[in-house]
Design a protein around this ligand. Structure first.
Ligand SMILES: Nc1ncnc2c1ncn2[C@@H]1O[C@H](COP(=O)(O)OP(=O)(O)OP(=O)(O)O)[C@@H](O)[C@H]1O
Ligand SMILES: [Mg+2]
Length: 217
């Protein structure tokens, strides 16, 4: 479903990734770990088309990013659910409105929108907060809302960048449980964290260190 082959990437002259190879199958849960600044977010940004690799090949859902037509990028992006910290909510819209306007842009009918948002907010456990403004939510609730937003389009793969970064240990564990629940229903999850204490050993773990990626056994 997702494959990196001999991927190299630099910001200007600063090399970040040196020959990255890894593969994720449909429905897999993969942790991407490594110290701060090694390039974990960069890997997610390459998958998300926010950056382009210098050489090598990235393939997602059968499409090779090299030579992909501009017009095909939005289609592929819709198969990704993004939980990034810099992807904020609109402050003047309620949680519900923040989700519904995205679905309106995507062209869903109002009936589908109502049904899907209800279902998704229930899934992430904040249906009772639907009328609140983002600033009225706690950190954990806001993260649940971000996960709900990522789920609206029934993505093939969720990219979650440090989704527990600003949360206390108990809330972090709850958010992680939520990703595990979502994954059990079949959505693949690629989650970055530098917090090893969160990692459940039974999952696949890749560690980025010194520009290279290795699977941790
Ligand atoms: N837009 C950019 N331009 C230039 N350098 C950048 C840019 N974004 C990130 N970098 C640099 O690339 C390196 C990798 O950054 P990245 O954000 O991918 O690390 P990270 O592993 O996600 O770190 P953290 O755990 O702190 O989130 C860092 O040294 C960073 O300073
Ligand atoms: Mg990062």
């Amino acid at each position: 479903m997702l494959k990196f082959e001999n991927v190299y990437f630099s910001y200007d002259k600063n090399q970040i990734l040196n020959n990255i190879n890894f593969e994720m199958k449909e429905g897999e849960f993969v942790y991407l770990t490594g110290k701060s600044g090694v390039g974990k977010s960069t890997i997610l940004r390459l998958i998300n088309f926010s950056e382009k690799c210098d050489s090598g090949s990235i393939t997602f859902d059968g499409i090779n990013y090299e030579g992909i037509k501009e017009k095909d990028i939005p289609k592929l992006r819709r198969k990704l659910g993004i939980v990034f910290q810099d992807f904020k909510f609109l402050p003047d819209l309620t949680v519900y409105q923040n989700l519904s306007y995205i679905m309106e842009i995507l062209g869903y009918s109002s009936r589908t929108i109502r049904k899907k948002i209800k279902e998704t907010l229930n899934d992430v456990g904040i249906f009772d907060k639907k009328g609140m403004l983002p600033e009225q939510l706690s950190g954990g609730e806001l993260q649940r809302a971000a996960i709900a937003r990522a789920l609206l389009n029934n993505p093939l793969l969720i990219l979650a960048d440090e989704p527990t970064g600003n949360l206390d240990p108990e809330t972090s564990a709850e958010i992680l449980e939520l990703f595990i629940k979502i994954n059990k229903r079949g959505t693949a999850v690629l989650l970055t964290t530098h917090d090893y204490s969160l990692i459940r050993n039974e999952r696949k773990i890749f560690e980025l260190n010194d520009k290279t990626l290795k699977e941790k056994k």
